[in-house]
Design a protein around this ligand. Structure first.
Ligand code: NAD
Length: 329
């Protein structure tokens, strides 16, 4: 017996929202009911392209669907998502979940009360170069994470920690799987009136340490992670899609993914350093994320990044911002 398609709407169809629309229009189990944007001219153009309806009334769109993507600027995620959840509709909220923790906690509580799914768009968690690590025994003791981007006004309604660094905070929390023990941070406002660059050092209770650097005033985009642990070093390029792993092993193995192997002696024992560059899966991460949302609504899957994960990443991001503000009032 085939299930009825899930009726979905998109709120906010700017730079990212129109990609939500594109993907929903192609997912077989979804019926894209319509869009809403404060800029009606914009939503009309997008609706025409994807053969759907541009709504003039947000409440009417919410009434007509089972679930919505909230792709408005971060500063109004709360008010928009609250309207949807109050009407008992599932929501996919783009990252960060909200601009402050009280708002995130309010939405999570309301979501539980109204039995709706809240999913958060931390898309990097689905990046194939990160997923490739699942095949290796990775439990890093130290990580260095860098995210640089040229300046655009989009996203500058919030500090760089909430706009950029929060992606890496979410990745880090999913890898470290431990509570934060201590935080140090520094940052500067350079172009905007809020933070444009930030650097943080996070120590977790299980001993993992990470150094994060984010900037939105760089010449080129860079999104890189270096992971270190006893007998393993990995470098990941999230932007260009590559994962490289160097591993020390006692026995020379002949796995098909080993590209190079060099031997050395440690404590009188022969060891091998193997170099691996796994072939990455090819898929569109946003499409996968939105399919995960629709499958979660019908109970086939669980959200890869649920509301609680979005809230936890926000909590660490806000602590980093608070420390920086102390230094730079
Ligand atoms: P954008 O400025 O290009 O688009 C925002 C759209 O929302 C505009 O069309 C605007 O008219 C509309 N809008 C504003 N307030 C609204 C309201 N109250 N109701 C309805 N429409 C409203 O912004 P963007 O770059 O598309 O970013 C949107 C969100 O997506 C932000 O939260 C941002 O952090 C997030 N984002 C996530 C990623 C990612 O990698 N996951 C990448 C880019 C942006």
């Amino acid at each position: 017996m085939s299930l009825k398609p899930i009726k979905i709407g998109v709120i906010g169809v700017g730079h990212l929202g129109k990609h939500h629309v594109k993907h929903y229009s192609r997912i077989p189990s979804v019926k894209l009911v319509g869009l809403y944007d404060l800029d009606f001219k914009r939503s009309s153009l997008v609706a025409k392209k994807y053969r759907t309806t541009a709504y003039k009334n947000l409440k009417k769109l919410i009434d007509d669907v089972d679930a919505l993507s909230v792709v408005t600027p971060t500063s109004n995620h709360f008010e928009v998502a609250k309207l949807c959840i109050e009407s008992k509709k599932h929501v996919f909220i783009e990252k960060p979940i909200t601009a402050d923790l009280k708002q995130a906690d309010f939405l999570l509580k309301l979501g539980r009360k109204n039995s709706v799914i809240i999913q958060v768009g931390h898309i990097e968690r689905l990046n194939p170069s990160l997923i490739a690590l699942d095949e290796y025994d990775v439990n890093p003791e130290f990580l260095e994470i860098q995210r640089l981007a040229p300046y655009t006004s989009r996203g500058s309604d919030v500090p760089v920690v909430l706009d950029k660094m929060i992606h890496d905070i979410d990745i880090l929390l999913s890898i470290a799987k431990s509570d934060v023990e201590s935080l140090e941070a520094t940052g500067l406002s350079i172009i905007t009136n809020s933070l444009d660059i930030a650097q943080a050092r996070i120590k977790f209770k299980n001993g993992t340490v990470a150094s994060l650097m984010s900037s939105r005033i760089a010449q080129h985009d860079v999104r890189k992670i270096k992971l270190f642990q006893k007998n393993l070093y990995s470098t990941i390029d999230l932007l260009n899609g590559s994962t490289e792993i160097y591993k020390v092993e006692r026995n020379k193995r002949h796995r098909s993914d080993i590209l190079h192997s060099a031997d050395f002696e440690r404590n009188g024992e022969k060891c091998f350093i193997t170099y691996m560059k796994p072939e990455l899966k090819k898929y569109d991460a946003l499409e996968l994320e939105l399919k995960n949302f629709s499958n979660s609504i019908i109970g086939r899957e669980k959200p890869i990044v649920d509301g609680k994960s979005g809230r936890d990443a926000l909590s660490v991001a806000l602590k980093i911002q608070k420390i920086i503000k102390k230094d730079f009032p």
